[in-house]
Design a binder for this molecule. Structure first.
Ligand code: ZN
Length: 121
């Protein structure tokens, strides 16, 4: 005897939140990323989880310097402490004028990203 499923039920199992059908309301999988961001792993306790979201690194040609934007994202999708960051180890190399212009252009771009993330513009 064959049985047909007259009442199809979404029985997809979501291991992320141990739910069947739809994700649980507090599931971390469905939190949307801010535009252009990549996400790190979730941290913090289960009451107030957060993750670091960031842009890819912006490099300067022939220099160790890196610039990026990052923020802490909460489970409700909101962002805190959104900032542009520059990592420059003292090398004594300094920046030539081309590198200055490249860094400036990166920073202007990152400022636009930051405004998008924070809704400032
Ligand atoms: Zn889930």
């Amino acid at each position: 005897m064959t049985t047909e499923n007259m009442y199809p039920v979404d029985s997809t199992y979501h291991a992320c939140c141990n739910a069947i059908g739809q994700h649980a309301r507090n599931c971390k999988t469905c939190v949307p990323l801010p535009p252009g961001a990549i996400a790190d792993i979730w941290e913090g306790d289960s009451d107030s989880p957060y993750r670091i979201v960031s842009t890819p690194n912006y490099a300067v040609t022939d220099h160790e310097l890196l610039a990026w934007a990052d923020a802490e994202q909460r489970i409700d999708g909101s962002l805190g402490n959104a900032r542009v960051r520059i990592d420059i180890e003292w090398s004594g190399a300094g920046l030539n004028s081309d590198q200055c212009r490249e860094l400036s252009s990166h920073l202007l771009e990152l400022a636009v990203v930051l405004d998008k993330w924070t809704g400032a513009r």
